[in-house]
Design a protein around this ligand. Sequence first.
Ligand SMILES: CC(C)(COP(=O)(O)OP(=O)(O)OC[C@H]1O[C@@H](n2cnc3c(N)ncnc32)[C@H](O)[C@@H]1OP(=O)(O)O)[C@@H](O)C(=O)NCCC(=O)NCCS
Length: 278
Amino acid sequence: MTTATAPVRRLGPADLEACLELGADRDWPREEHKWRLLFAVGQVYGIDDPRGGLAAVVVGTPYGDSVTAISMMLVAREHERRGLGRRVLGEALERTGTASALLTATPMGKPLYEAMGFRTVGQCATYGGTLTGVEPSGVSRPFTAADLPAVTDLDTEVFGAPRTGLVAALPGFTSALRVVDSPGGITAFGGAWPNTDTTVLGPVTAPDADTGIALLCDLAAAAPGPVRVDVDHRQPRVLEWVEEHGLAHRFTTAIMVLGPDFPADPARSITPVMLALG
Ligand SMILES: CC(C)(COP(=O)(O)OP(=O)(O)OC[C@H]1O[C@@H](n2cnc3c(N)ncnc32)[C@H](O)[C@@H]1OP(=O)(O)O)[C@@H](O)C(=O)NCCC(=O)NCCS
C-alpha cells in the first residue's frame, strides 16, 4: 500500500502522538490540550503513511446538522501536492455531512480551500504578548454548573448553530470561565484556556464590545504570563483595545465558508473559542 491508496481513517485518542508529530513536521507547536478537546468534541480523520506515522490529518467538528468547523489540516512535507489534502478534507466534509463548513485559513491552506469551493467571508487577526494596564472590571462572576443551559442557549443564538458538546466541555477545558448576569438572565460569558506557554482568552460572547472587553479584563486578571487573543475584523473596538494594551499582531487568517451562510451574530461574538472551533 502507498499513501495514494491508503484509506481515510477515523482517528482516535491513541493517534494523538502521531498527530502531534505530523504537526511538528510543519513546525506547529505541540498543542496537546487543544488536540484532546478536538478528539473529544470533533471527528479526526487521517491517512496513514505505510512506513509509519500519519501522512495527512484534518479535524471536522459538526455542530448539529448545519455547520462543521474544519481545522488542523496537515499533510506531511514529503507527501505534499499529491492530492492527500483534498482527499482527507473531502472525506471529512462528506462524513460530517452538514449543510455548511467553516474554517480559518493560513496563506498556505487557502489555495486548497478555494479549490474545494470555500469562499472568504472575513479576516481574523491573532495577537499575543503580555497585557499591560488591565484591571479586573468586576462585571463578571465565576461560572457554575447551573449556568450551563443559559450559556448553551446564548452560544447557540450567537454562533448560529448548536455547539452543545463543545459548551459542555468548556468547564473542564478552560482555566477560567465567567458569566455576566443581567435582570433578564446571563447576557455574556467568557473563558480562558492554557495552550503550551500561553493563555488563550476565548471564547468571549457579549452584547457589545464594552462588555466583551470587561470580560477580557476579568479573564486576563486570572491568566499568568503571556496571552493570545484572536479578533475578528468585525470587532474594531476590540482590535484597538488589544493594541493599546501591549499585545502584538502575530498573523491574520481568512475566515472561509463552504455552502449556505448560517445565521450567526458577529456583533456579539467577541473572540472565538479557538480558530479551530469558531
Ligand atoms: C495546505 C496543505 C494541507 C495542502 O495539502 P496538499 O496535500 O499538498 O494539497 P493537495 O495536493 O490535495 O492540493 C489540492 C489543490 O489545492 C491547491 N493547492 C494546494 N497546495 C497549494 C500550493 N502550495 N500552492 C497553490 N495551490 C495549492 C491546488 O489547487 C491543488 O490542486 P493541484 O495540485 O491539482 O493544482 C499542505 O500544504 C500543508 O499541510 N501545509 C502546512 C500546514 C498548513 O498550512 N495547513 C493549512 C492550515 S489552514
